[in-house]
Write a protein that binds this ligand. Structure first.
Ligand code: ADP
Ligand code: ADP
Ligand code: MG
Length: 451
């Protein structure tokens, strides 16, 4: 078993990873930027090391420097968290070639699945249904036009290297396609350093369903699904497990599909296979694989009682999955809401600054994953996520009730947060009825602006 781990991340996920390391008796080495000197992750770590200025490109994305620190500190492994270098195949390779382990899939797997167009090809080979569209990267506008005509408008142009909800553009008709193609390709090149695009039909009235999986290259298990349909700008805002919109048969099929794909690529580590569920046809279409821990992993932990970070560490260190499908049982319902330092009344404008007062009540079935503490100053340099409020109850109505009560009592003063939006969602009929799709929240926000 590992004795020490370097955490190549920041914020709530760095704190979350440290928590499991402590539980497992593993020493933590936390890297940090100049902006994070006073952060909770730094305070809690056994050792912390400054790696550069606030800008991520000069600190949290400095692959060589981070590997050098890991080697100098003689850690056994590096945990990349999510975002930053977590899905960077070159970084994973650099770690593989060093004396430490990369806690995640191999660099080869990351590069295969991180290319979303290639991942679609793999999914087709493994027998999954993918969203109708291109099977390979688009060569040119002519090809895009041809495929769009075949699958029918509206279509989406998506960056092969995209992530975090970025690099996606809807095209309504043929007239828009040529220009959209040029803009999307240039944007993808600028944002991800890779201008390659692929095309998918837009699935209307869809739910975002994803399956949590784990494997050691030979054995694979799934941890059932999450419903992450409540999104703004294609970023998840509210996530649940299980997905109450699926009947038993569809659930079984989507979980089996996820396993087929990860076993076809000899997946090692934990990961998530994402799908769009077409509520009209009951079809689940593969969209992508995230080869890392996801933001919303706590809802799965709540219903299974398992620690997915511990599992990641165990798989990486023992090179073996010590878990069988029949060991994984689910109970109750869990909901997570992402609390961002943003002002929902002002177009979600970022709201960094000092937290003057923080009141979090300890309740059973409630978990608050956060990097906040009283008087902490939220920096403007990174993602605006400051906490995830997660509840677990016997069923969905009870979970919503518990979430509403806990959100109502939670105090984060001094900065604006998305708590008021989540409180509204708890009282929204659409949410209570579970009758939403991936565009529900966008419509909801638009309608509010009109009032
Ligand atoms: P999840 O799939 O876990 O819900 P998100 O899409 O919310 O993940 O992304 C988690 C974090 O990682 C966010 O901070 C997001 O901006 C970042 N991220 C994800 N993919 C990329 C990418 N390809 N490039 C840059 N940042 C990314
Ligand atoms: P990312 O890599 O940024 O996470 P995804 O391919 O996972 O991108 O898509 C993010 C979100 O965009 C999905 O959850 C869904 O809401 C929307 N989306 C993606 N592809 C489609 C599609 N073909 N039809 C409708 N919505 C889509
Ligand atoms: Mg995705």
């Amino acid at each position: 078993m590992y004795k020490s781990i370097l955490i190549a991340n920041r914020g709530e996920i760095a704190v979350r990873i440290q928590k499991t390391c402590k539980k497992m008796g593993i020493r933590t080495v936390q890297i940090f930027s100049e902006a994070d000197e006073d952060s909770l992750a730094v305070k809690l770590a056994d050792k912390s090391i400054l790696v550069g200025p606030a800008q991520a490109a000069q600190s949290y994305l400095q692959s060589e420097k981070i590997v050098k620190v890991a080697v100098e500190e003689e850690v056994d492994a590096i945990h990349p968290g999510y975002g930053f270098l977590s899905e960077n195949a070159a970084f994973a390779k650099m770690v593989e070639d060093s004396k430490c382990d990369f806690i995640g899939p191999s660099a080869d797997t990351i590069s295969l699945l991180g290319d979303k167009a290639r991942a679609r090809e793999e999914a087709i080979i493994a027998g999954l249904k993918v969203v109708p569209g291109t099977t390979k990267k688009l060569v040119d506008i002519d090809e895009a036009t041809e495929v769009a005509e075949t699958v029918g408008y509206p279509v989406m142009l998506k960056a092969a290297a995209g992530g975090g909800g970025r690099g996606i553009r809807i095209v309504e008709n043929r007239a828009e396609l040529a220009q959209a193609f040029a803009i999307s390709s240039a944007e993808a090149e600028a944002t991800f350093g890779d201008g390659n695009l692929y095309l998918e039909k837009v699935i209307k009235n869809a739910r975002h369903i994803e399956v949590q999986i784990a494997g050691d290259g030979e054995n694979f298990v799934h941890f059932y699904e999450r419903d992450c349909s409540i999104q703004r700008r294609r970023q998840k805002v509210w996530e649940e497990a299980p997905a109450v919109c699926l009947d038993g048969k569809v659930r079984e099929r989507v979980c089996e599909d996820a396993l087929s794909l990860v076993s076809a690529v000899n997946y090692k580590g934990v990961g998530t296979v994402e799908f769009l569920y077409d509520q009209e046809t009951d079809e689940c279409y593969f969209i992508e694989v995230n080869t890392r821990i996801q933001v919303e992993h706590p809802v799965t932990e709540m219903i299974t009682g398992l620690d997915l970070i511990e599992l990641m560490i165990n798989i990486s260190s023992a090179k073996k999955l010590n878990l069988k499908q029949q060991d994984i049982k689910i109970a109750g319902h869990s909901i997570e809401c992402r609390i961002n330092a943003e002002d929902p009344e002002n177009n979600f404008f970022p709201s960094p600054g000092r937290v003057d007062r923080l009141v979090v009540e300890n309740r059973s079935g409630v978990r608050f994953d956060t990097m906040l503490f009283d008087k902490y100053v939220v920096t403007p340099f990174y993602d605006s996520l400051v906490g995830k409020l997660v509840v677990h109850a016997k069923d969905r109505p009870d979970a919503i009730k518990k979430l509403k009560k806990t959100l109502g009592d939670l105090r984060i003063e001094g900065i604006s947060t998305t708590i008021p939006l989540h409180l509204e969602l708890c009282s929204s009929k659409v949410v209570i009825d579970g009758d939403f799709d991936t565009e529900f929240l966008e419509r909801y926000i638009e309608d509010k602006l009109k009032d």
